[in-house]
Structure formats: C-alpha cells, structure tokens
Write a protein that binds this ligand. Sequence first.
Ligand code: FMN
Length: 117
Amino acid sequence: MAEAIAEAIKAPVFAITSSEPSAVEDFDLLIVGTPVEGFNPAKETTAFVERLPKTEGKKAIIFCTCALWKGRTFGTLKNKLSSKGYETILSTSKKMKKDTPADFSESINQIQKAIEK
Ligand SMILES: Cc1cc2nc3c(=O)[nH]c(=O)nc-3n(C[C@H](O)[C@H](O)[C@H](O)COP(=O)(O)O)c2cc1C
C-alpha cells in the first residue's frame, strides 16, 4: 500500500523497520502506515512514531491494512503523532482479502484530495 501511494503522489517511500525517524525532518507531510495487529498498529510502527523528533505545524496522514477490524489503530497513532506535534488530516484503511489483488485506489484518491486541500 505504501508503494502504491508513493507512486501515485510521487513521494519517496521509507521502510519503518530500517529507517531512522529523523529522516522525516526533510518533509512537511508525513504519511505513515501500518498493518493492524491485535486491534492496534504493529509494534514496529508504534515504536517508530514514538521515536519521531518533535515538530510544530506539520501534518500527517495515517493508513492501515487489516483483515477485519482496525480497532484502536487510528486513535493510537493519532494520539502519538499529536504528542509529537503532528495534526492528522486523514486516516484511511484497506481491508485485505485473501487471493484478491489489493485495489488501493479509494485510499489514494482520499490522500490526493487531502494533499490538494
Ligand atoms: C499477529 C497479527 C495480528 C493481527 N491482528 C489483526 C487485527 O486485530 N485486526 C485485523 O483486522 N487484522 C489483523 N491482522 C491481519 C493483518 O492486519 C493483515 O495481515 C495485514 O493488514 C496485511 O494483509 P495481508 O496479510 O492480506 O497482506 C493481524 C495479523 C497478524 C499477523
């Protein structure tokens, strides 16, 4: 999903598990995504957001993939991002179905609209 979004909006994509959170300092908008695990963000995503440098006036977009129910995923990330100085302007999710190619166009459209605003 990250790669589909990055390609659509011509943004660089970074893997959370192998990137330093300080890499975000070069950008005004952070789009951060995660698979849902146990009704929450994957622990790697939470750890990454907790290590972000504090900022002011930057915006964030959250996306997630899940099988059925995303639970507290958006709330958890939104709160942690807020404590780092980010205003979340959009949260968008995609339910993944086994054996069906994923179509991320709805989330990509939402992200493009949010960025235009
Ligand atoms: C340990 C674990 C916990 C998960 N917990 C949830 C969950 O609470 N809710 C949910 O909808 N999906 C859950 N999933 C499914 C993942 O979100 C899903 O596998 C992921 O978004 C990627 O989709 P894919 O496996 O179809 O590629 C879980 C998966 C794993 C491995």
